[in-house]
Design a protein around this ligand. Sequence first.
Ligand code: GAL
Length: 992
Amino acid sequence: MALSRRTFSALTGCAALGFAMGGSGGPGAPSAFAARSVPTGPPPAPPRADGRRHTIGYDPYSLLVDGRRLVVWSGEMHPFRLPSPSLWRDVLQKMRAHGFNTVSVYVSWNYHSPAPGTFDFSGVRDLDLFLRTAAETGLYVILRPGPYINAEVDGGGFPGWLTATKGTARTADPTYLGHVDAWLTQVDRIVRRHLYTQGRGTVLLYQLENEYDSHVTEATGRAYMSHLYKKVRADGIDVPLFHNDKGRNGYWVPGSFDTGGEEGGYLYGFDGYPSPSQNPPDWGKFGPGGPKGGATASPNTPGFVPEFGGGWFDPWGGAWFDGKGYPEARRTRDSAYERRFYLTNLANGLTLHNVYMTFGGTSWGWLPAPVVYTSYDYGAAIDEARNVTAKMAPMHQLGHLFQRVPDFARLDRAADVTVPGLKVYHLANPDTGAQVYVTRNDGTKPVTAELPTNAGKLRITVPARDARMLATGLRLGRRTMKYSTAQPVLCVTAGKRDVAVFAGRRGDLADLVLECPQEPNVTRLDPEAGWAYERGELHVGAPLGEAGLSRVLVTGGGTETPLVLLFADDATSMRIFPHDTPSGTVVVYGPTLLRHAEVHGTEVRLTGDLDDDPVIEVWGPRGIDTLVWNGRRVPTRVTLSGSLMTTGTLPGVPEVRLPELTGWRMRTENPEAGPSFDDSRWRRADRTTSYSTTPVPKGGPVLFADDYGFHYGDVWYRGTYSGGTGIESVRLSYSSGTQGLLMAWLDGEPLGTHRLPVPDATTTIRKGTWEATATFPVRPELRSPGRHVLSVLVRRMQHDQDGKGDDTHKAARGLTSVSFTGAAPEVSWRLQGERAVDPVRGPLNNGGLYGEREGWHLPGLPDRDDREWEPVTFPREERRQGVTWYRTTFRLSVPGDVDASVGLRLEDDPYRAYRAQIFLNGWNMGQYINNVGPQHTFVLPNGILRTRGANTLALAVLSEFTTLSGPGKVSLTLLGAAAGGLPVTPVPSPGH
Ligand code: GAL
């Protein structure tokens, strides 16, 4: 294989240089890899900003970090969907504790750039802080700054202002590239400070574009990708780059665009979101690669899924989960779903694996793309309220396994094994001889069968639509395991003993055989386990889970080092945490979360979270005799297996009481509807051309809000005309995205409300753009000679995404055209959207409602002393077209050592057509649409929520005249509570 002209700098000095340099082979390139190998060995140490230089290479099996094989087991979270930086650490610690070694993040351009050339990376947008936190947590980072990200965010991440610029996005158009370069320059300046290659942080990989499948065969597409590649390199990013191919097409494999002669620094990745009703497909190195390629499209780079579904999003109305919302997503994509698909991925040789989402979070403010509602919970393993859910089990087990048992980083396909009723994948590690069997049941009934393995026939049961992984020939510390019917989870040396963990479904029987030349001493530490020694083999049997952990101690039998075998069901396995400290590895059992562990002399100091009825047990370095939990010394005893175990009872979770929400005050607004409102400072609609994809109406001015600098939330229009005496009706066309809405008034009199997506006789919806026309009759008394004012409020539901690369984000938002029947008066239009960007809360916090422009959403408004703010109680039963605000304050006093997650719940008769924007301490926590749903509970993130102090809640309610309008019941609800948590820094919330 020819050597590259310019060898990728990060690989210099890498032991596997020869392999990594060949990474540009592309489809059909001769593979020079098989002949040489990096043998199976210990994985690299958990990453941190250690000031040392590191190499990041790869071969067809896996990444090679400093020449050591690394299985990338990554979880996706979006810092922009959690606007409280202290909580980033919480989520990252949860990921790390549950087996992830990497976090993957999109960076959303619109979140950071309110205007061309203006960028903000401060406060909740502090990317530098996020990357520091990830490094402190010991996680690698996969950085994905777009420029296009999709992600169900407004414009797919494109800033609102980009919709009003020249040139086609996602091509090599020079205007677009100019904006892209300005963005990447800012991002890369921060990322450069966190590259793992430089030891300055833990950024491991960097993605170019996302699911770019529209201009693949065109020169402009190749030029665009090439431009991005060279730009990122020129900015000093020296980690491997990659693209995320939608649908496993084999698009953008190495060699498919010009990298300026640089080779070996680019990987191929593809994503997959299989439905739970599907049988897991083969997309990998070993399988046929699916119809279009999968990982086989790039034989010389390791199998890489930058996104694999760990849940799915839900649209307004909740159609995809029967209106039941994200709990249903979690039920249908449960732990068995994850296991079936992720084990298949492993069996397909995919060793870079990112679960999208692992924590979904909240599309707060005007972040959501029109298709989704505020919650982006996603049915992910960690829910929106930061609770780790039961579906984390397979991720926990596999993640720890890949980090602790090196055999899994280099697997070849081995001889086919067939078992009736099961799909079996057989793999083997060429260095260690370990064999792996992934058995999958795609049927609807459990299958019990004999699995032929190199260690004999093993009797197993695989539940319906589930999978099970077995291994033979694994090293367990100083001993060799002949086989186990329970899945290996980890094996570490903790002090003077080896500790190995095995897991399975509750009620399974683990059957494990150790090779022991001499008869060992076996002690069962829990009553359930049994054993027998026969002809050099120790057979251990343990039921999984009925009574928590089942512990068996093996000493002697050919080696002096004791081996502690721990058997757990899924739930119990999620309470076992290995943690590396400078004094050695500890294994902690019991808490719901281990955040951190340190050893100081004979003292082991742990921090983490507990639920009720906790016990903590620790296996650690020699001589530890004292346990400090969350800063407090707790009484312990030393057990037979050498662990320290708590004796007394630890405090569980104290009760968290939430107050009722009372003391509401209300005020109506929309003075803009009135004829005498002063709009002289509003923007005049004087443009005649637009870069929007929506045509400008003939002869009419451009009314599209983005062309006047209004990009988010509501926008008001006032059209003034004279002498419309013949007018019979007014036709208002608008484009808002699904669930958008328009309200109109003439001279202060309501004409009516029109709401999408309800097409009726008077509505036309132009495909894809959600442009609709509402026709309102004009009553005779509004046809007098003289001046008239037509006032229109449009609720925009954000810009479409641009998944197909055809500028769909540029579809107009706001009014698009206006006409009359019976007369054709000349109308002079002015419009007003959001005021100046909130410097703390950012560009997506506010739209252009009167109350927002006047700061009614902010804390500190003197509403109590203002006669305009009338005291009210809920439920309300109003009939009014327009905007009404409701405000109250409440105090919380959650105990300091409890991590409580609080939500706001709104409930009412679903017939009532109204919606509310929810402002907590001035932060826009999302949109409730009573008659659409399905979301009723809104997570209020701690930090924005003062859990010990005063809070201001404001609801901006838009109601139609057609029905009575609420709010109905509004309450606080506890979504989770743990004894522990992290200190939370209040998020600045400047007041009125
Ligand atoms: C992927 C895309 C992500 C997100 C996901 C669905 O195809 O890359 O950004 O949109 O689909 O949640």
